[in-house]
Design a binder for this molecule. Structure first.
Ligand SMILES: Cc1cc2nc3c(=O)[nH]c(=O)nc-3n(C[C@H](O)[C@H](O)[C@H](O)COP(=O)(O)OP(=O)(O)OC[C@H]3O[C@@H](n4cnc5c(N)ncnc54)[C@H](O)[C@@H]3O)c2cc1C
Length: 394
């Protein structure tokens, strides 16, 4: 008899926790449960489709799924298919790795208008999340306002700015890629409430914005007469100073040199959104589409004995994929300490298995096979029916 651990959420933090647990107790039985038929959380549904290098982390996660005592339980939503109470009764420990992807609101008039999209809904659409199959109507969109000064804002602006050729080798949902390619886009405005010295862009992602084939990155030099905050710790200060240098390069670019312009606008707070425009503290800007990239919140989950939260569900929606590793390993150590003081529970297998790892691999294989002739890493199955049909058709 050995301990049984349920990890709810098969995203990075769930996998890193499984890894941490197995390092301490290779004999544990671990169920990695996800409401989707596919594992990997935001690596599949959030990370930009033109960043395949980032998505390569899933190879490490696949090695965990190959362990004999690790089960993938896809298409099982905790709180719906199985209650949190049932989970706590059936397992010796429960780990909440459910992430945090409800788009935060700006709290200004007009943000419920149909042309206002949260970044999660937008990115989930073009990444093929089966719950978000309706994208924005881009057929008449010339000007877009992207609200936010983090990497998700850069992802959104870049994905809109890139043309068909630059997205050809990615796993963007083809219909979404085509809708972007044929949209009459002319201007994308990336809008930050604070000055450029506070932007949380990472240097590489900002540099990338300057290298998009059909778009020129622009900004107003007047906003750049600032310095990275001296009080910041050195790595932060260096990152911000480098951002300012990159932005100064953008300020020297020539407007009109490419068909599309990406304008970085700083010190501009959104005040109200109306059809066709957004009012900022600095003036009004035409915008046929507004995409807010201002962070996320999560669902509540039960707390209690033997329940441990990890990843974004624990820390909030900040940090990259690697950030979750150390955090998950620390939580795994807490779980191991908890288990060491308890006898394993006996009882029937509590998990209603719907899609196991073999089912996920059938999806994976079908997607890769669909992508290969097109030179794409994969073409994703995007609706629930196709995902379930392929996964369950042995
Ligand atoms: C748009 C976007 C782009 C990003 N790009 C990058 C990037 O380029 N590089 C980088 O390093 N980081 C990036 N990140 C951050 C990175 O994705 C996160 O750090 C990481 O995914 C958080 O891991 P997690 O396991 O906590 O949550 P998630 O990855 O969100 O995983 C949570 C999982 O739990 C499942 N789940 C939720 N509720 C339930 C339930 N009730 N029952 C069963 N399953 C459930 C979900 O389906 C999901 O699979 C990005 C984030 C976003 C939002």
């Amino acid at each position: 008899m050995t301990h049984r651990v349920a990890i709810v959420g098969a995203g990075p933090s769930g996998f890193y926790t499984a890894d941490g647990l197995l390092r301490g107790r290779p004999d544990l039985r671990i169920d990695l449960i996800d409401r989707l038929p596919t594992p990997f959380g935001l690596v599949r549904a959030g990370v930009s489709p033109d960043h395949q290098g980032t998505k390569a982390v899933v190879r490490q996660f696949e090695r965990l799924l190959a362990q004999p005592d690790v089960r993938f339980a896809g298409n099982v939503e905790i709180g719906h298919d199985l209650s949190w109470d049932e989970l706590q009764e059936g397992y010796d420990a429960v780990i909440v790795a459910t992430g945090m992807v409800i788009d935060r609101k700006l709290g200004i008039p007009g943000e419920d208008l149909p042309h206002v999209w949260g970044s999660w809904k937008f990115v989930a659409w073009l990444n093929g999340h089966p719950d978000f199959r309706q994208g924005p109507d881009l057929s008449a969109v010339r000007r877009v306002a992207v609200i936010g000064n983090g990497n998700v804002a850069l992802d959104v602006a870049r994905l809109l700015a890139k043309g068909r050729e630059e997205m050809a080798k990615t796993d963007i949902v083809p219909e979404a890629g085509e809708a972007i390619a044929v949209a009459p886009l002319a201007e994308i405005h990336v809008i930050g409430r604070r000055g450029p010295e506070h932007a949380s862009f990472t240097n590489n992602e900002l540099v990338e914005m300057g290298r998009v084939g059909r778009a020129v990155a622009l900004t107003d030099a007047a906003a750049l007469a600032v310095q990275a905050p001296a009080s910041d710790p050195t790595p932060e200060r260096l990152r911000k100073a480098k951002n300012l240098e990159i932005l100064r390069g953008f300020a020297g670019n020539k407007a009109g040199s490419k068909p599309l312009a990406v304008h970085f606008r700083f010190n501009a707070s959104p005040v109200a959104i109306r059809p066709g425009e957004i009012e900022l503290s600095t003036g009004t800007l035409p915008a046929d589409l507004v995409i807010t990239c201002i962070g996320y919140r999560g669902e509540d989950f039960p707390e209690g004995e033997g329940v441990f939260a990890v990843g974004w569900a624990r820390r909030g929606p900040t940090g990259t994929i690697p950030t979750n590793r150390a955090d998950s390993h620390a939580v795994a150590r807490e779980v191991l300490a908890w288990l060491s003081e308890r006898d394993p529970k006996s009882g029937p297998d509590p998990m209603p298995l719907s899609i196991d790892v073999a089912g996920w691999h059938r999806i994976d294989k079908a997607e890769i096979a669909a992508g290969t002739p097109l030179g794409r890493p994969r073409v994703k199955l995007v609706d629930w029916k196709s995902l379930l049909d392929v996964a369950q058709n042995d």
